[in-house]
Design a protein around this ligand. Structure first.
Ligand SMILES: [Zn+2]
Length: 357
């Protein structure tokens, strides 16, 4: 995943706006996952640490060439601390960041998806030391909702009474999951889903085929669409998905991680609701028909999927759960009358579909 804001063109305007208007020492950048809150948080940090003078009013972005910018880009700026859950560090390319207290690193244990209190204590200590390069200190916390209550309360005091010249950017896709006391200490910065044209051009520039299908599938979140493409989720497969579920044919979906499968089924259920209610579907273009008589079955399915979503991160048995989710989906579509009236697809035969690695 990229950390350079200028590679995400839709962040330029929110970045310039934030630099002009957000003067609080603690910001909360929030928006849908896959839009780029973390990248915006980093871009803010880099602009604050950048040596280029603030002119004429205030700069719109970091210069990208000064010593401080180079250090941020190299992920080794001594005044920047990026706090990520262990489980994200490696995948996001921040594996070398070592802010834990000596001995706290659980080297052999499964990397945690949470931001732990020990790491937050490291942040508090970091914020209390003086700036090494004279432009203040910045802490980026992502995703902030991964701090549990103990960790969040540990940070709270520092957010309330920031020591010296430290600034904080919390990044979150689920601000409602944050402690209200944390939220209230931060100036909010909402990051909207980018303009479709801009996001499509960017995805096409990255070589994503039929980017419009994946962008639609992800609700307009270009970074997530790029992730999907990188994981072998093809537009063709997404188009076929309603028909596969209606037929109970899960071969092409068997390798999907459960959270993604549940997410896809929830989107399918959502779109069938839309269609049954006479509204425009959002995620799929090749949908079976569903009449308003289908609504009870679809509502029951939506409830079952919401329950599955809560279990998808920690399934007892992933393969069994995949199978049961697909059976459930097939039954729901049949009950909704969708399976019988599914239109013939123009896509290639299902057997040739592959979900990739
Ligand atoms: Zn600079």
């Amino acid at each position: 995943m990229s950390s350079q804001s200028h590679e995400l063109p839709w962040l330029d305007q929110p970045l310039a706006h934030a630099l002009r208007t957000r003067r609080a020492h603690a910001l909360l950048v929030h928006g849908a996952q896959g839009v780029g809150q973390f990248e915006l948080a980093l871009a803010l940090a880099q602009a604050w640490l950048c040596d280029a003078p603030d002119s004429p009013e205030v700069k719109a972005r970091a210069c990208g060439v000064c010593a401080n910018c180079k250090l941020v880009q190299a992920r080794s700026h001594p005044d920047l601390l990026v706090l990520l859950p262990e489980a994200l560090r490696e995948s996001m390319g921040w594996a070398s960041e070592a802010i834990d207290d000596a001995g706290e690193k659980a080297s052999k244990a499964k990397p945690s998806k949470d931001i732990k209190v020990e790491a937050v204590r490291g942040v508090v200590a970091f914020a209390q030391t003086s700036s090494a390069r004279g432009r203040g200190k910045v802490v980026v916390v992502h995703p902030a909702e991964r701090m549990n209550a103990v960790a969040a309360n540990t940070l709270l005091k520092t957010l309330e009474e920031p020591p010296g010249d430290a600034r904080f950017v919390l990044s979150s896709a689920a601000p409602d999951a944050l402690l209200p006391t944390i939220r209230s200490r931060c100036q909010a910065l909402a990051l909207a889903v980018p303009d479709g044209g801009e996001a499509l051009a960017w995805l096409r520039g990255k070589g994503v085929e039929r980017a419009e299908v994946l962008l639609r599938a992800t609700g307009g979140q270009p970074l997530e669409a790029l992730d999907w493409a990188g994981q072998g989720v093809e537009a063709r497969l997404w188009d076929e998905l309603p028909r596969l579920v209606a037929r109970g044919d899960g071969a092409a979906l068997a390798n999907w991680p459960l959270p993604r499968l549940v997410d896809a089924l929830q989107k399918l259920c959502h779109d069938l609701h839309c269609r049954a209610a006479g509204a425009q579907p959002r995620y799929f273009t090749q949908l079976p028909q569903a009449s308003d008589g289908a609504l009870p079955a679809l509502s029951a399915w939506a409830k079952a999927l919401a329950l599955a979503a809560r279990q998808a991160e920690h399934p007892w048995h992933a393969a069994l759960m995949t199978e049961s989710l697909l059976q459930q989906g097939q039954a729901a579509l049949a009950a909704a009358g969708a399976a019988r009236t599914a239109p013939a697809s123009t896509a290639e035969p299902v057997d040739s579909l592959n979900s990739g690695p």
